[in-house]
Design a protein around this ligand. Structure first.
Ligand code: F0G
Length: 333
């Protein structure tokens, strides 16, 4: 089951003061990295004869699951925290014809509901990232990076439910195991301040994260308090000699506009966390200007129109006859 996902652009940036490449996952068919994993997982569901799939989601998993299920001729049940999903993502699930189940609760509670259905009713295939096929698909990002630029020194990834950072690390590790490469990059996870159990555990040197009952951040994709894949993410960070960084919502929003206005790249807030993290790591001296860093930009800006509008810009309302005067006036400023 494919929509020709993957092979996303790796774009050189020039304005952030270091050697920083952006892997633009927004170029995937539904606008996020989730398509890599959905292709594999929905193919598996189809091979096993399932007729329906389900996923809890902060929006992107939902949109991707709905699209691939549609392509496979399956029904999709999408569990969303009510009122906490960016408009573009909700609209995608609607367009692809998912059955949208909104719950009064957060993502973590939605995921528990999926696990409950999975344990009691075996006829609906679960597509959340505890499903290992998802991660097998997502690891292909590492292969593409190596094909384009070799093994980078460092990879920066936004962390929510924590599957992706592990999947990408696994991809790099497997290349070393077959002798195609000789080392694995440092994996650095970025979390938003109000939803940062893994980053805090890493930075404070604790083995087990302290989970958050009510996670809060503008980056709704990574508004997750109890990441299901935390042991895997912490292993990827530890074994790659990596680390983590916490960014504020203000830093995320600033990074989103800077990415758009300096580099012409539109990303959603959870992805902007990658840039906010990189800028902070440079400032802290955790990352040097010389080292080759790949930042994973997980989702397209169109996913979250509200966040784009927040950026604000110079806007005017004039009759058509006044446009010339206005432009000439502006050019003088
Ligand atoms: N960036 C975006 C745009 C995401 O949608 C997600 C996760 C992440 C980063 C974090 O990835 O969970 O593997 O650590 N979104 C999930 C969803 C939770 O439901 O769409 P992760």
């Amino acid at each position: 089951m494919s929509l020709e996902e993957g092979n996303t652009p790796l774009i050189k940036t020039s304005t952030f003061g270091g050697n920083f490449l952006a892997k633009f996952e927004g170029a995937n068919p539904t606008g996020s990295f989730k398509d890599r994993g959905m292709s594999v997982a929905v193919s598996n569901a189809s091979n096993l004869g399932y007729r329906a799939v389900m996923a809890a989601s902060t929006g992107n998993t939902a949109a991707s699951a709905a699209a691939y299920a549609a392509r496979a001729g399956m029904r999709s049940f999408i569990i969303l925290p009510k009122g906490k999903i960016a408009l573009g993502k909700l609209a995608q699930s609607v367009l692809y014809g998912a059955e949208v189940i909104e719950v009064e609760g957060n993502f973590d509670e939605g995921l528990e509901a999926v696990l409950n259905v999975h344990k009691t009713n075996g006829t609906v295939y679960p597509l959340n990232s505890f499903n290992p096929w998802r991660l097998e698909g997502q690891k292909t990002l590492a292969f593409e990076v190596v094909e384009s630029v070799g093994v980078p020194d460092t990879v920066v990834v936004p962390v929510g439910n924590a599957g992706n950072i592990y999947a990408i690390w696994k991809g790099f590790v497997e290349l070393t195991q077959v002798g195609l490469t000789e080392r694995v990059p440092r994996m650095i996870g970025v979390q938003a301040e109000g939803a940062s159990p893994i980053a805090r555990a890493v930075l404070e040197g604790r083995e087990i994260p302290e989970f958050t009952e009510s996670p809060e951040t503008i980056a709704s994709a990574i508004r997750i308090g109890k990441p299901v894949n935390w042991p895997r993410a912490m292993r990827a960070i530890r074994e790659s000699n990596g680390t983590a960084v916490v960014v504020t919502d203000e830093e995320i929003l600033l990074a989103q506009t800077e990415m758009a206005r300096r580099e012409g790249l539109g990303v959603e807030p959870a992805s902007a966390a990658t840039l906010a993290g990189y800028v902070k790591l440079l400032k802290l001296g955790v990352v040097s200007k010389e080292e080759l860093v790949v930042g994973v930009f997980t989702g397209h800006s169109l996913k979250d129109p509200d966040s784009m509008m927040r950026a604000g810009t110079r806007r005017f309302l004039v009759p058509p006859s006044e446009v010339l005067k206005l432009v000439e006036g502006e050019l003088r400023v």
